[in-house]
Design a protein around this ligand. Structure first.
Ligand code: ATR
Length: 282
């Protein structure tokens, strides 16, 4: 690999769809920081070598996306933030004292977006749908906001159960506050303050079905997926009631803002950037 023409990049496979270069270009313009941010498509057998070469050639920071967040976690051992350890995955890498360091900014990004939307308050009852990587990255930061109940519902119960047990092992004080269930558990039949879809069901055009009672008058619906049109889950929820809702574009911009802060020590403003990227979605 020759000297890259950029000092920051997002790496994944495939990568052409990534909005990260546009988002970081906007943050750089806004803060007056000079950075060149590119896209790197790494073949599966080339990921580790590509990352090492990038930093060896003077690269300063990487965002990691599908399917490499767990492999980035392994590469940054033992220089992992607490957030990365809880998530078991890394989406932000940088080099300090010639060592690769890693953090996961997804959870902070979600919390910042939910705060921006005015949906978080102490004692809130949150239902998370899904127990894959997306859910795993946000449980710790959400819990830190002081929710009253955080239930993780998954099609495959054992995965939700494992996620909760791993969290409780690190935070025993959360016993009874963070719980696991299946998608047909009767405990879903309660009026939730916030329902977060962290499944990948929307990718296949499917939606998760929930009991009517789960949608109260003031339930806020959040889908971590985003697109030019409402996701299938947001569409489905809107058919129940006129509810406040948002897709995950704000989370995408907010997790990028946290990566930017780690790299440059400045926290960029996000509202205008979210609007701008929204207009570019097709
Ligand atoms: P990610 O890293 O995006 O979270 P993942 O680790 O593959 O991706 O997890 C996908 C999540 O979406 C899982 O919780 C999965 O449920 P299972 O654990 O039962 O597989 C959930 N999911 C995907 N499609 C779904 C569908 N059509 N209905 C319900 N859950 C679905």
């Amino acid at each position: 690999m020759t000297q890259p023409e950029y000092d920051f990049a997002v790496i994944g496979h495939p990568i052409s769809h990534s909005r990260s270069p546009d988002i970081h270009a906007e943050f750089a313009r806004q803060t007056g920081i000079s950075m060149q941010y590119g896209r790197i498509d790494a073949e599966p057998d080339q990921f580790e070598e590509t990352v090492r070469q990038f930093f060896a050639n003077g690269g300063r920071g990487l965002n990691i996306t599908v399917p490499y967040k767990e492999r980035a976690f392994d590469m940054a051992q033992p220089h992992l933030s607490q957030r990365a350890r809880e998530a078991g995955a890394v989406n932000t890498l940088w080099v300090k004292d010639a060592m690769i360091h890693g953090c996961n900014t997804d959870g902070v990004g979600l919390v910042r977006d939910l705060n921006r939307l005015g949906t978080l308050r102490p004692g809130i009852k949150i239902l998370i749908l899904g127990a894959g990587g997306a859910a795993r990255g946000v449980v710790g930061p959400l819990r830190e906001q002081g929710c009253g109940l955080l239930m993780i519902a998954n099609r495959t119960f054992s995965k939700a159960d494992t996620l909760v047990k791993e969290h409780i092992a690190l935070h025993p004080q959360d016993t009874g506050v963070i719980t696991a269930c299946s998608l047909n558990d009767p405990r879903l039949e309660q009026d939730w303050d916030l329902i977060i879809n962290a499944t990948s069901s929307s990718l296949g055009g499917a939606t998760i079905e929930l009991p009517d009672m789960a949608f109260g008058n003031d339930t806020f619906i959040y889908d971590m997926m985003y697109g030019a049109k409402p996701t299938p889950f947001l569409d489905y929820a809107a058919r129940h009631r006129k509810l406040a809702m948002a897709d995950g574009l704000g989370m995408l911009v907010c997790q990028a803002a946290e990566s930017f802060r780690i790299w440059h020590g400045i926290e960029p403003a996000v509202d205008a950037v979210i609007e701008q990227i929204r207009m570019q979605l097709v």
